[in-house]
Ligand binder design. Structure first.
Ligand code: XLS
Ligand code: CA
Ligand code: CA
Length: 438
């Protein structure tokens, strides 16, 4: 049975096309520098937003029109798998991602849940034999069920820690079975609400113990996907432990975990942390920790995790700038952790939203590649720091200076002259590149 009857394959029709169900800028086979667009961008569909989100928000009930909504339990789970693979094929997307609870209903015990998972994973495995769509990452939902009210690995209750460990064990087995390129840990409720009732040191030590157990088990079963931590500063708790990349990095270093992890960077989480998306990508990149990306955008007027499809070309350009400078995303990809707005409740909106996001990143890729080819920012930055290539600057860089030699140098320096940082000029150049790329 076809779920998306009104949509056939989404093709590239070029910038002049008026067809809402065609790509205008994303041309998977177009070569940009050393790779095709498809290879650079490694797009992924998020199972939870596309196949399980039904439109509920704090003020309203389900409103999405979905041909599978009337089903329940395992029948619903199976219908969603069929719909998902039809969607992947029609959108021609190379990857997808899921949480355990997205694909199969939870039973009364972990044992029952695992049985349900086994049935659905077998079904997914069958589909994957003939589909080109691979698993970018899976993860365990350790935040929705009431048992996780105080966190999972950072819960005050050891039974919850054990239950969460069981879920991750199963998740890693599924990752191995389905060939997941990565396995993600987003903190969920790993954080705290109030210090009045919290042993922060114990909670963070336990989180590290939990990660070490996951590293050990992956090794034991021979799962060699990349482990990713996804930072987020708040929501659902007001203090999330994996606040941002810098905080996550310090945690990994303290607990001897750095070599086993990279980061999955979400645009909306960056802005929640009062950073730009490109800031988080840059911090990860210069530390060799850029793993994967949750491609979405927030709403600056709302300020919470709205998970919108990315359409801001300025942001996709600066994000792709970091990704190209990183040499690509390796095993990572651009996962649309994004949901259609509640008002976009028609079935075709799911395609249109992904097309908007894919086209926006294709533009970002092309513009960023041209900026890098022309060395626009590289030349400017190289010139801006030129004082470190000679004289006293060179001595500082080569470790030949100390406070005494620098004082000697500075004591009789005449008035120091600085030069403009020319940010407005650079922003105008970026606008020019965006407007003339196609
Ligand atoms: C929530 C997170 C979550 C992770 C996966 O804000 O974005 O969806 O990506 O658990
Ligand atoms: Ca995310
Ligand atoms: Ca999010």
């Amino acid at each position: 049975m076809a779920f998306f009857e009104s949509v056939s394959k989404v093709d590239f029709e070029g910038p002049k096309s008026k067809n809402p169900l065609a790509f205008k800028f994303y041309n998977p086979t177009e070569v940009i520098g050393s790779k095709t667009m498809e290879e650079w961008l490694r797009f992924s569909v998020a199972y939870w937003h596309t196949f399980t989100y039904e439109g509920v928000d704090p003020f309203g009930h389900e409103n999405m029109i979905r041909p599978w909504s009337h089903l329940k339990g395992m029948d619903l789970a199976k219908a969603r798998v069929e719909a998902a693979f039809e969607f992947f094929e029609k959108l021609n997307v190379p990857f997808f991602c899921f949480h355990d609870v997205d694909i199969a209903p939870e039973g009364d015990t972990l044992r029952e849940t695992n049985k349900n998972l086994d049935i659905i994973v077998s079904m997914i495995e069958e589909y994957m034999k003939t589909s080109k769509t691979k698993l970018l990452w899976n993860t365990a939902n350790m935040f929705s069920n009431p048992r996780f009210v105080h966190g999972a690995a950072t819960s005050c209750n050891a039974n919850v820690f054990a239950y969460a460990a069981g879920k991750v064990k199963k998740g890693l087995e599924i990752a191995k079975r389905l060939g997941a390129e990565n396995y993600v840990f987003w903190g969920g409720r790993e954080g705290y609400e109030s210090l009045l009732n919290t042993d922060m040191g114990l909670e963070q030590d336990n989180l590290a113990r939990f990660f070490h157990m996951a590293v050990d088990y992956a090794k034991e079963i021979g799962y060699d996907g990349q482990f990713l931590i996804e930072p987020k500063p708040k929501e659902p708790t007001n203090h999330q432990y994996d606040f941002d990349v810098a905080t996550g990095l310090a945690f990994l270093q303290k607990y001897d975990l750095q070599e086993h992890f990279k980061f999955n960077i979400e645009a909306n989480h960056a802005t929640l942390a009062s950073h730009t998306f490109e800031h988080e990508l840059r911090v990860a990149r210069i530390n060799g920790m850029l793993g994967s990306v949750d491609a979405n955008q927030g709403d600056p007027l709302l300020g919470w995790d709205t998970d919108e499809f990315p359409t801001n070309l300025y942001s996709t350009t600066l994000a792709m700038y970091e990704i190209i400078k990183n040499g690509g995303l390796g095993k990572g990809g651009l996962n649309f952790d994004a949901k259609v707005r509640r008002g976009s409740f028609e079935l075709d909106d799911l395609f249109k939203a992904h097309i908007a996001g894919m086209d926006s990143f294709a533009v970002g890729l092309k513009v960023a590649h041209q900026l890098i080819e022309d060395k626009v920012l590289d030349h400017f930055i190289e010139d801006r720091y030129r004082s470190y290539t000679e004289g006293i600057g060179k001595e500082i860089m080569e470790g030949r200076a100390n406070l005494k030699t620098l004082e000697q140098y500075a004591l009789d320096l005449p008035e120091i002259k600085n030069e403009s940082g020319r940010v407005e000029e650079l922003r105008a150049i970026i606008n020019q590149y965006i407007l003339t790329a196609f």
